[in-house]
Design a protein around this ligand. Structure first.
Ligand code: ADP
Ligand code: MG
Length: 260
């Protein structure tokens, strides 16, 4: 597998407070990676940095030849405003921006593809519903239909199964695994460790700093999980990032190459 996205000493801050600190490593083309870590560990921040929504305060993200259109991104549910007056079909068609342009009109073809995508996620006939009238699981199905339509080669999912019913979780997890089989690169923030162990070959375990980034079995060892929790307990919310003008940081932890 070739390197696709390379993080080098990546630090992302909010008002100089580091949310992601000194993270290095590589996502390979076609890899399926879980991002795990305690609340406030910087998982969502890391995804936003990868898609370019947040800029590094230090370090860099090398995306090679990828452009914004190559990324499909599902934000954490809390970040999505469902009161926006928009129909299910229009929400899905927003995934077709790549072909119609942000302000272009949706074509008949877009509408057909949206209907197909909705039927794929079990929501045939929901086209004209208002998104505010859906259950959490149905709404997540809509957002997955949008990702289907977008047809991105790199897919980032932020807690896609949190507060979602079991049946929907199973259906959407199947879609994720299919994307992986199709050779897409998938990165998902997850909190269900059993799910991570069962389905995700690689795990990036983060507690603002990287705890481990390797094969899931190694990354999710009990000693690593204890270490992540201990790091979370030590967080000083007022601490500032050591940025380039400060002392150079030497304790960087990098992604480990998996043992063959
Ligand atoms: P996770 O997704 O792992 O729970 P986040 O990336 O959301 O963690 O947050 C990491 C840290 O950054 C937390 O301390 C959080 O409070 C802080 N943070 C996140 N978003 C913002 C923001 N928009 N402004 C200020 N601080 C933020
Ligand atoms: Mg988060």
């Amino acid at each position: 597998m070739s390197d696709l996205i390379r993080l080098t000493n990546l630090t992302v801050t909010y008002e100089r407070h580091p949310a992601v600190h000194h993270v290095s490593g590589t996502f390979r083309t076609g890899s399926l990676t879980a991002i795990a870590g305690p609340n406030g560990a910087g998982k969502s921040t890391l995804l936003k940095a990868i898609i370019g929504e947040l800029r590094p305060a230090e370090g860099s993200i090398d995306r090679g030849t990828l452009t914004r259109n190559d990324f499909g991104y599902l934000p954490q549910a809390a970040d999505i405003n469902r009161r926006f007056p928009i129909s299910v079909a229009d929400t899905v068609m927003l995934g077709a921006w790549k072909t119609s342009g942000a302000f272009g009109r949706f074509s008949r073809q877009d509408a057909d593809r949206a209907r197909d995508a909705l039927s794929h996620v079990g929501l045939s006939g929901f086209e004209n519903r208002h998104i505010g009238a859906l259950s959490a699981g149905q709404f997540q199905r809509v957002l997955f239909a949008r990702l289907l339509l977008q047809d991105a080669s790199v897919i980032l999912l932020d807690e896609p199964f949190t507060a979602i019913d079991q049946r929907t979780t199973r259906d959407l997890l199947d879609l994720v695994l299919r994307w992986h089989k199709e050779g897409r690169t998938v990165i998902a923030v997850l909190h269900d460790f059993d799910q991570v162990r069962a389905h995700f070959p690689e795990t990036l375990l983060i507690a603002r700093e990287l705890v481990d980034w390797s094969r899931t079995q190694e990354a999710m060892s009990s000693s690593n999980l204890l270490k992540a929790r201990a790091m979370a307990e030590r967080w000083d919310e007022a601490a500032e990032a050591c940025l380039p003008e400060d002392e150079p940081h030497t304790g960087e932890i990098a992604r480990r190459e998996p043992a063959e």
